[in-house]
Design a binder for this molecule. Structure first.
Ligand SMILES: [Mn+2]
Length: 338
C-alpha cells in the first residue's frame, strides 16, 4: 500500500510489536541518518524497545544530530564475529527500514537481522522492493517528510531535537530546497519544524560549512578532471581509487561533487565516475528536469530518483566513462529527439 492506507498500516505495525531494529541504506546521507533517528524517537514515544543500526558510521557532517551517538554500526566497526565466523543476530520482532529501496542496499546490516522478523518500510524511492506493511510515496522529497506525516498520524508531539533530524532530512534530500522534488508540502513541513525551534542557519552551517581541508582539496582535484561531450549535454568528473586516501577523507566527502557537473549551462546530465576497485566504478548521476537518470542508472543495475541516481559499473574508470557517457547521450536523445 502506497497511499494513506500505507500510512495507517505502518502506524498499526509500529504499535503491534515490542522490540525493533531501525535501519537504512549504505553510504548513509542526511535523510537516512535523520530518518533513522526520527523513527527511533517515534518508537521510544510508543514505549518500544529499539536499537538503531546503520551499515556504516554516521558521516561527520551529520554527527551534530541529536541522538546520533545511539546509532550502532554493522560494518567493520560493528559486533565481532564469533568462532564460527558468525555475527550475533540482533533479537527483534520487527525491522523498520527507512529511506531504502531494497535489502541489498542494507549492506552488512542484512546479516545481523533475525530471519523471522517482520519488515516495516517507510520510503520515497522509485521501485521499492519491500513488501507490506509499507508506506512508500515517491513524490515525497525525503523520507523525513513521510515520517512527519507518520508522527501526525500517531498523534505524537514533535520535540525540537527530532524536528532538527527531520529538517536535516528535508534540507539534504532537496539540495537545500532547490531540487525539483521540493513541493509546497515540503516547505509547509519545514516551516512547522522551524516553529518547533529548529535553527536553519545552525543546521546549514553544520551540514555544509564545517568541512575538513581534505574535502576541499579533493573537490579541487575532482574539478580538474571535468570533461564535456562535444554536444555540451553531458559533463562528468572522475576520481581514481587513491584520491580519498590521498586527501585523508572518507567517501561521504564525495557527496555533492557530482552536482558541479550538472551546473554547466546546456548540460542535461552530469556524472561522477569514482573508481572503487581495480575493475569497479561507482557512478552518481544528476539531471535536469525532464531527463530520467533513475532509468539510466537502472540500465546498469542501479536506481534512485528521477533527477538523482547511482549505479556500479564493473569496469575500470576509463571504460566505465565510455559506457556511461554513451548511455547518457542515448537517454538525452530519447527525450530531445536528436
Ligand atoms: Mn531519501
Amino acid at each position: 500500500m502506497n497511499g494513506r492506507e500505507g500510512l495507517s498500516s505502518v502506524a498499526a505495525a509500529l504499535r503491534r510489536y515490542r522490540r525493533f531494529i531501525v535501519t537504512s541504506h549504505v553510504h548513509p546521507d542526511g535523510d537516512a541518518v535523520g530518518s533513522v533517528l526520527a523513527m527511533g524517537w517515534i518508537l521510544r514515544q510508543l514505549r518500544k524497545e529499539v536499537r538503531l543500526l546503520l551499515p556504516e558510521r554516521v558521516p561527520a557532517a551529520y554527527t551534530f544530530l541529536p541522538g546520533q551517538e545511539l546509532i550502532e554500526v554493522a560494518g567493520p566497526a560493528g559486533p565481532a564475529e564469533d568462532a564460527e565466523g558468525e555475527r550475533p543476530l540482533w533479537p527483534a520482532e520487527a525491522v523498520v527500514v527507512v529511506d531504502c529501496s531494497d535489502a541489498d542496499r542494507l549492506g552488512p546490516v542484512q546479516k545481523l537481522l533475525p530471519p523471522g522478523a517482520a519488515v516495516i518500510t517507510v520510503d520515497h524511492h522509485l521501485q521499492n522492493e519491500f513488501g507490506e506493511p509499507r508506506y512508500v510515496r515517491t513524490e515525497a522529497a525525503a523520507t523525513g517528510e513521510l515520517l512527519y506525516e507518520l508522527i501526525r498520524e500517531l498523534g505524537l508531539q514533535l520535540d525540537c531535537d527530532t524536528a532538527t533530524c527531520l529538517y536535516t532530512a528535508l534540507l539534504t534530500d532537496t539540495g537545500s530546497f532547490r531540487f525539483a522534488n521540493t513541493t509546497a508540502e515540503t516547505l509547509h513541513i519545514a516551516a512547522d519544524l522551524l516553529h518547533l525551534g529548529v535553527s536553519p542557519s545552525c543546521v546549514a552551517e553544520q551540514v555544509y560549512d564545517v568541512r575538513p581541508l581534505g574535502a576541499l582539496r579533493l573537490l579541487a582535484e575532482a574539478l580538474a578532471t571535468l570533461r564535456v561531450t562535444p554536444c555540451g549535454r553531458v559533463a562528468w568528473l572522475e576520481m581514481d581509487e587513491g584520491m580519498l586516501e590521498r586527501h585523508g577523507v572518507d567517501a561521504s566527502e564525495t557527496e555533492g561533487i557530482v552536482n558541479y557537473a550538472r551546473t554547466i549551462a546546456g548540460v542535461k546530465i552530469g556524472a561522477l565516475f569514482r573508481g572503487v576497485g581495480p575493475s569497479l566504478t561507482r557512478v552518481s548521476w544528476r539531471s535536469r528536469p525532464g531527463y530520467d537518470v533513475a532509468r539510466l542508472a537502472g540500465r546498469f543495475g542501479g536506481g534512485g530518483h528521477v533527477n538523482a541516481a547511482g549505479c556500479d559499473i564493473p569496469l575500470p574508470v576509463p571504460e566505465a566513462v565510455k559506457a556511461g557517457v554513451a548511455a547518457a547521450l542515448a537517454a538525452i536523445r530519447e527525450v530531445d529527439g536528436s
